[in-house]
Design a protein around this ligand. Structure first.
Ligand code: HEC
Ligand code: HEC
Length: 325
């Protein structure tokens, strides 16, 4: 990533919420507005004891009696490191983010969905209670989601898929997820989470994504990153000019088929002077278009794996069941 030149355009190459020091970077330390009433907390505690403590532990530290050997492990609520957020890398999640995870669960992990068993009120109470585990040095504040997450995706076409593959190569997603998306890239074996446990990159060819497979969910995942894991945040990185990239630096590491795709992608990138001609609104639209390009490419990795699954799940509306609308 460091091989992309620092340009005059706002490409922020800081992967601010990497696992190295999650406490320092991943926690919003503004003053507390823990405004749950004591009744809510009391009710929430009752729900928590019955339904959550076995995995997440009485102390909320993820060390419940059932947690031993679970991978991924139940979340430790004391550290303020949360994976499933609509908020920027380094922030705590919103209440809505937490409620959504508790309602729908995390597919392919031990975290069940609770919406059929618990009422809305019980879920909101238990979420308030889990928030109370956060250690004193970090506080819940009013947290805003990234505003552009409400945008809707354009239809995929061959140009957008070409550019999406280009970004996948440029941002070196393949070093972890592999060229084919199966999660077996060269760095895959060495990855650790923020608690020094081994962690594997997601297999992107299996559309049962933990963080959701709808276009909006996938875009959210790479814009916000999965805090506490090596999956970085790629916010503010999608306005790139030809001149920012030294082709040779990248091409040497790519197999010959990918070299051709990458070269093709570079020739179609705008130059500095093209970008300078754009208004701020046009630049913003280009950024969002490029983000969707990567989304469509990631989804196409799963399409190759299972055409039938892709067909039934390519309509975002019909995905709400799996993808936690
Ligand atoms: C059978 C074990 C189990 C039970 C019971 C359970 N969880 Fe979880 N929970 C997990 C696991 C495992 C994860 C981690 C999933 C991941 O990393 O993708 C998790 C993740 C979460 C997250 C996601 C946090 C984030 O990083 O975004 C929340 C919130 C959560 N659990 C709340 C609850 C609540 C509230 C209850 C009770 C109503 C509960 N869990 C019950 C196992 C469990
Ligand atoms: C340093 C290694 C690394 C790089 C680079 C990386 N990822 Fe990831 N990614 C991971 C890991 C590890 C996970 C799984 C985290 C977990 O277990 O929850 C993941 C998870 C994901 C998920 C979530 C899948 C799910 O089940 O919801 C998506 C989508 C994803 N990555 C896409 C990308 C894209 C696109 C890029 C490049 C822009 C990228 N990743 C770059 C390591 C990486």
């Amino acid at each position: 990533m460091q091989r992309i030149r620092n340009s005059k355009f706002p490409i922020l190459l800081t992967l601010s919420c990497l696992i190295a020091s999650p406490k320092a970077f991943c926690v919003d330390s503004s003053p507390s507005t823990q405004n749950a009433s004591s009744l809510e907390l009391f009710e929430g505690k009752n729900v928590y004891r019955i339904y959550c403590a076995a995995c997440h532990g009485d102390l909320g530290d993820g060390n419940g009696p059932a947690a031993a050997g679970m991978s991924p492990a139940p979340r430790d609520f004391t550290t303020g490191v949360f994976k499933y957020r609509s908020t920027p890398s380094g922030s705590l999640p919103t209440d809505e983010d937490l409620i959504k995870v508790v309602q729908w669960g995390v597919p392919g992990t031990w975290m069940p969905g609770w919406k059929d068993l618990l009422s809305e009120k019980q879920i909101s109470d238990v979420v308030s209670y889990t928030k109370s585990f956060l250690t004193e040095s970090h506080k819940w504040d009013h947290i805003e989601p990234i505003s552009s997450l409400i945008e809707s995706p354009p239809q995929p076409d061959s140009k957008i898929l070409r550019d999406g593959e280009g970004f996948y190569l440029l941002f070196e997603c393949w070093t972890c997820h592999g060229f084919d998306g199966r999660g077996t890239g060269p760095s895959a074996k060495t990855l650790k989470d923020s608690k020094e446990r081994s962690i594997k990159p997601a297999n992107l060819t299996n559309s049962n994504y933990r963080a959701g497979f709808s276009p909006k969910d996938i875009r959210k995942t790479f814009l916000t990153g999965l805090s506490g894991t090596p999956m970085p945040s790629y916010q503010d990185m999608f306005l790139i000019a030809k001149e920012d990239i030294e082709e040779a630096d990248f091409s040497n590491t790519l197999p010959s088929k990918a070299q051709k795709t990458f070269h093709d992608f570079l020739t179609h990138l705008p130059s500095y002077s093209d970008l300078n001609k754009l208004t701020e609104i046009e630049q913003k639209a280009l950024i969002i278009r490029n983000e969707w390009a990567l989304v469509h490419y990631v989804r196409s990795l799963a399409k190759k794996e299972n055409l039938i699954d892709w067909f039934f799940r390519s309509n975002p509306e019909s995905e709400s069941l799996k993808a936690k609308k």
